[in-house]
Write a protein of this length. Structure first.
Length: 192
């Protein structure tokens, strides 16, 4: 199984999960995403996603990963799923060399242990191997920890939509970041 290791975290390519491990992965991923959204995390949902929504999303991502149009990584700590992340290649023919880093989600109880960094490193490495030229992402402007992480990994801001994200009566900027893999000598920040 492919992995990137930090002292206590193992990141695996989810395409290598066998059928017996897929259902527990989906259940754990649902738990992580639902808990994060319930706690106010900026993951694209206002209300926690249903298990069916998460299952459908992961099925779609894994199918795209099998065809080379995505990468899905799972982070384990002591054999327990604590985070996941994925990128998807843009579908338009003119944008095929590019991908969007769509989600990096880490269990709130394990924040601060470098899991987001290890996951993002693994995803960037997978993008480079897939010959992705530019990896983009967007984040909610108040997600300071994620924005700081992305900047530390070489991502640069290329745009911002002020007060674009509406969550109830609150408004947040939508911030766009990119990592140009054509020119950026990306070096993973963790042991490989």
């Amino acid at each position: 199984m492919s992995s990137h290791a930090s002292p206590d975290v193992v990141v695996v390519d989810a395409t290598e999960l066998d059928a017996d491990r897929w259902a527990p992965f989906v259940a754990s991923a649902h738990r992580i995403l639902a808990e994060l959204v319930l706690g106010g995390a900026a993951l694209g949902w206002v209300e926690p996603p249903s298990r069916e929504e998460v299952s459908d999303l992961l099925d779609h991502v894994i199918a795209a990963a099998h065809s080379g149009d995505a990468a899905l990584r799972a982070a384990y700590l002591d054999g327990r799923l604590v985070g996941l992340g994925y990128w998807s290649r843009y579908a338009r023919p003119t944008h095929r060399p590019h991908a969007d880093l769509e989600k990096v989600a880490v269990n709130a109880a394990t924040h601060g242990r470098g899991i987001g960094r290890v996951l993002t490193d693994a995803l960037v490495s997978a993008a480079r191997r897939a010959e992705i030229e530019v990896l983009t992402l967007d984040a909610r402007g108040d997600n300071a920890n994620a924005l700081r992480l992305y900047r530390s990994l070489g991502f640069t801001e290329y745009g911002r939509l002020p007060d674009f994200v509406a969550v109830g009566s609150h408004r947040y900027d939508k911030v766009f970041y990119m990592l140009d893999l054509r020119t950026t000598p990306y070096q993973p920040q963790t042991a490989v």
